[in-house]
Design a protein around this ligand. Structure first.
Ligand code: GLN
Length: 491
C-alpha cells in the first residue's frame, strides 16, 4: 500500500478499489505511529478528517468525483483552515483557531480533498531548518539527528516518511525547494501570483508563494491544478486563463522526449561552496537530461552573489510591517501581566515571538527607518531588479536553468543555529528565484552518504508546465523519487 502516489490513489478511489475513509485511516495510523519520532504534524483532528473522508466517499458514490476527491493532504500550518488551529508555529498564534479558510484550503475543500492535519514549520516561515518552531524541531526521516530543511520541513518530512501522500508548502526564499531537496521529495514554487496568498499568513508579501510537495512531478501538477488560479481577494493574484499543468506530461513524444530543450548551467551554481557529493549527483542528473535529448549551455547570472544580502533586507522589511498586526490587542497571544499599553505591546511581542522572528523585525525596522531607507531598502530593491534582469538575459539563450537545489545535504540539528549567516547560506541557489518572481522546482537526483540530494530547475514566468514536464521525463527514466527511508517502512 505504501509505495503509491497521489495519482494512483486518485485512480483507485475513482474505481472504488479503496475508500477515502480507508485511505485517511491508513495515514492517520501512520501519523500516530511515526509522528512522535518526526514532529512533522503539530495539529491533528482525526474526527474532522474522517468526517471529510466520509463526505468524499458519498460524493464518489454519487458519481460527482473530481481529480482529488477523497485524497488526504497535509496543510502547512501557514494556511488558515476554518475550525483548525492555525499557529504558523508561533507562540503568538498557538491558540488561534481560524474563523475562515484560505483560498488554497477552500479550493481543496471544494474538490473534496481530506485535510489530514497541519504541518510543523519554522515560525512565520523564517528559517531553513525547521528549528525555529515554537513546537520544537522536525526531524529528517532519512536521519533523525538531522534537519529536514525549512521552513516547510514538516510538510517535506511528512511526505518523505509517507505520513501523507502530499502536502502544501510556501516558498519565500526557498522553503518549498530546499526542504524538498533535503528530504528527498519533489516540490514546485510557482511564478509569483499563480497561487492565491489570501489566508496564507504573510511573511514577506512580495516574495511569498504557495505550492505543493509530493513524491512526483506528476502529483505536483495535479495539486497545482487545484491550488492555482485567479483570486480577487489577493491583489497580487494574476488574472490569466486557467492552465492544465498535466497537459505536457501525458503527451506522447516520438524519439527523445526532451529533444530541443536547452538547459542553461549558471557558472555561479557550479563553482566553489557546493559539497562534492551534491555536485556529483547534479552532474549525473544532467547526464540523464542529456540522454533525454536536452542540450546544455554555460550561462552566467553575474549578480547572484548579491541575492542573499538583498533578500535579507527586503524580506525582513516586509516582515516587520506584516508582523506589526500581532500586538496583543486584536487576536493572538497577550502577555499575562503588564503595566500600561506600551508595556503590554513590548511584553506581548517579546514573549510571543521567537528569537529569529525578533531578529528579522529588528533588521526590518532598521532598514526602513528614516536615514537608512535609501541606503538599505532602496538599494536592495535596485539589486533585486538587476537579479531579475540577469534571469531575463539568461533566458535569451536557454529554456530552463538548472543546478543543485542546495549547497549541502541535510545538516545536523543544532549545527547552524548559533550562526544565522551560515544558516542563511542554505538558500544560496534558491533565493534569487523569489526575488525575480520566477517558478522553480526541486526533484530528487540521488544520495550522498545516505542523504538525499535535490536538483533544481528554474524557468521563465509561467513555465510551470514545462518544468513539471522536464522533471516528469526525468522521473520516468530514474527512480530516485520512489526511494523511501527504511525506518518508516511498513505499518
Ligand atoms: N530560509 C529563508 C528565510 O529564512 C527562506 C524561508 C522561506 O522561503 N519561507 O527567510
Amino acid at each position: 500500500m505504501i509505495a503509491r502516489t497521489l495519482r494512483e490513489f486518485s485512480r483507485a478511489l475513482e474505481k472504488r478499489e479503496i475508500s477515502s475513509i480507508e485511505l485517511t485511516r491508513f495515514y492517520l495510523d501512520r501519523i500516530e505511529r511515526y509522528n512522535p519520532k518526526l514532529n512533522a504534524f503539530i495539529t491533528l483532528d482525526p474526527e474532522r478528517s474522517l468526517a471529510q473522508a466520509k463526505e468524499a466517499d458519498a460524493r464518489i458514490a454519487a458519481g460527482r468525483a473530481e481529480a482529488l476527491t477523497g485524497v488526504p493532504l497535509a496543510q502547512k500550518d501557514i494556511f488558515c483552515a476554518r475550525g483548525w488551529r492555525t499557529s504558523c508555529a508561533s507562540r503568538m498564534l498557538a491558540d488561534f483557531v481560524s474563523p475562515y479558510d484560505s483560498t488554497v484550503v477552500e479550493r481543496f475543500n471544494a474538490e473534496g480533498v481530506v485535510l489530514l492535519g497541519k504541518t510543523n514549520m519554522d515560525e512565520f516561515a523564517m528559517g531553513s531548518s525547521n528549528e525555529n518552531s515554537y513546537f520544537g524541531p522536525v526531524r529528517n526521516p532519512w536521519d533523525t539527528d538531522r534537519v529536514p530543511g525549512g521552513s516547510s520541513g514538516g510538510s517535506a518530512a511528512a511526505v518523505a516518511a509517507s505520513l501523507a501522500p502530499a502536502a502544501t508548502a510556501t516558498d519565500t526564499g526557498g522553503s518549498i525547494r530546499q526542504p524538498s531537496a533535503l528530504s528527498g521529495v519533489t516540490g514546485i514554487k510557482p511564478t509569483y501570483g499563480i497561487v492565491s496568498r489570501y489566508g496564507m499568513i504573510a511573511f514577506a508579501s512580495s516574495l511569498d508563494q504557495g505550492g505543493p510537495i509530493a513524491w512526483t512531478a506528476e502529483d505536483c501538477a495535479l495539486l497545482l491544478n487545484a491550488m492555482s488560479g485567479f483570486d480577487e481577494r489577493d491583489s497580487t493574484s494574476l488574472d490569466r486563463p486557467k492552465e492544465d499543468y498535466l497537459r505536457e506530461l501525458s503527451s506522447e513524444k516520438g524519439g527523445k522526449p526532451l529533444a530541443g530543450l536547452k538547459i542553461g548551467l549558471p557558472k555561479e551554481f557550479f563553482g566553489e561552496g557546493c559539497e562534492r557529493g551534491v555536485m556529483d549527483r547534479a552532474m549525473e542528473a544532467l547526464a540523464v537530461y542529456r540522454e533525454l535529448g536536452a542540450r546544455t549551455v554555460e550561462i552566467s547570472l553575474p549578480n547572484m552573489e548579491l541575492s542573499i544580502p538583498a533578500y535579507y533586507v527586503i524580506a525582513p522589511a516586509e516582515a516587520s510591517s506584516n508582523l506589526s498586526r500581532y500586538d496583543g490587542v486584536r487576536y493572538g497571544y497577550r502577555a499575562p501581566e503588564y503595566g500600561d499599553i506600551d508595556d503590554m505591546y513590548g511584553k506581548t511581542r517579546s514573549q510571543g515571538f521567537g528569537a529569529e522572528v525578533r531578529r528579522r523585525i529588528l533588521i526590518g525596522t532598521y532598514v526602513l527607518s528614516h536615514g537608512y531607507y535609501d541606503a538599505y531598502y532602496l538599494q536592495a530593491q535596485r539589486v533585486r531588479r538587476l537579479i531579475a534582469n540577469d534571469f531575463s538575459a539568461a533566458f535569451e539563450c536557454c529554456d530552463i536553468i538548472a543546478g543543485p537545489t542546495t549547497p549541502t545535504t541535510a545538516f545536523r540539528i543544532g549545527e547552524k543555529t548559533a550562526d544565522p549567516v551560515r544558516m542563511y547560506l542554505s538558500d544560496i541557489y534558491t533565493i534569487a528565484v523569489n526575488l525575480a518572481g520566477l517558478p522553480g522546482l526541486s526533484h530528487p537526483c540521488g544520495f550522498s552518504e545516505g542523504l538525499p540530494v535535490g536538483f533544481q530547475l528554474i524557468g521563465g514566468y509561467f513555465s510551470e508546465a514545462r518544468l513539471l514536464e522536464a522533471a516528469h521525463r526525468f522521473q520516468q527514466a530514474t527512480d530516485w523519487h520512489l526511494c523511501r527511508p527504511t525506518a518508516f517502512d511498513g505499518v
